[in-house]
Design a protein around this ligand. Structure first.
Ligand code: MF3
Ligand code: CO
Ligand code: CO
Length: 257
């Protein structure tokens, strides 16, 4: 069991790759509209990342065929961009961007509302964001990884939603997925202790119905077993001496954190 502690220099490189990942989500936002295909969004993100001298980490990662993950409605995560998936009014689309710059990965995602989304689904998306935010607020030296899942679980279950257990957050740095695993359920005071210099993601997937998932024959697309919709948000977090720094924070979020 080895959780890497990043040096000051490594943290500076993490800040750069993470800033690019968050800028990619800002860049793509105006294109997420009814009528666009997830393949077109993939191409735009791919080109933007390359123009910024970086590489899209998902591309060819264990054989993943595209540059971002696009997860629509009942897709929980790892959706594959496709010409056939054209956005329509009322959809929700998660775009998960991971950049590889200066030999470091930065990982972030956001669930976008497409046009007019039902009140029920809008609430799911709002609560999922709140779950991520309160999970992040648990991050401080001396705390435990289990503190994060404990608050996420409490909030989600309070609204009658379920928390996906089959996929989780992860350490990140020179590798896309490092230790520790950051599960989004749990018990306060359990799991590895958080120490300054650790970097990991918090990325809760919250479902309207069952927590159980299935994988399509394409080997990637993860859907809810009952077909009810799912939302997700993700940030890459640094544990600092005094608490934490959100390395993938977007401009629009400055007010909300
Ligand atoms: N970005 C995803 C995560 O948050 C992982 C995607 S793996 C891929 O961990 F291969 F599907 F791209
Ligand atoms: Co991640
Ligand atoms: Co991600």
């Amino acid at each position: 069991m080895m959780i890497s502690i990043k040096s000051g220099r490594e943290i500076e490189l993490m800040r750069q790759t993470c800033a690019l990942a968050s800028r990619t989500l800002e860049y793509i936002e105006p294109f997420v509209k009814p009528g666009v295909s997830t393949e077109e969004l993939n191409k735009l993100c791919h080109d933007y990342i390359l123009e910024n001298n970086a590489y899209p980490s998902p591309l060819n990662y264990h054989g993943f065929p595209k540059s971002v993950c696009t997860s629509l409605n009942e897709v929980i995560c790892h959706g594959i961009p496709s010409k056939k998936d054209v956005l329509k009014d009322g959809d929700i689309l998660n775009i998960d961007v991971t950049t590889y710059l200066n030999k470091f990965h930065g990982d972030t995602n956001k669930t976008f509302l497409v046009g007019n989304v039902s009140d029920e689904v809008r609430k799911l998306v709002d609560v999922t964001y709140q779950c991520m935010r309160e999970g992040i607020n648990q991050v401080r030296p001396g705390g435990h990884i289990g503190d994060i899942g404990a608050v996420i679980q409490e909030i989600a279950h309070g609204y009658g939603y379920s928390v996906v257990e089959d996929y989780c957050g992860h350490g990140i740095g020179r590798e896309f997925h490092e230790e520790p695993q950051v599960v989004h359920i749990g018990k306060k005071g359990t799991g590895p202790e958080m120490k300054p210099g650790m970097t990991f993601t918090i990325e809760p997937m919250i479902n309207l119905g069952t927590k159980y998932s299935k994988v399509l024959k394409d080997g990637w697309t993860v859907l809810t077993k009952d077909g009810k919709w799912s939302a997700q948000f993700e940030h890459t977090i640094l544990v600092t001496e005094s608490g934490h720094e959100i390395l993938t924070l977007r401009q629009e979020e400055n007010a909300t954190f």
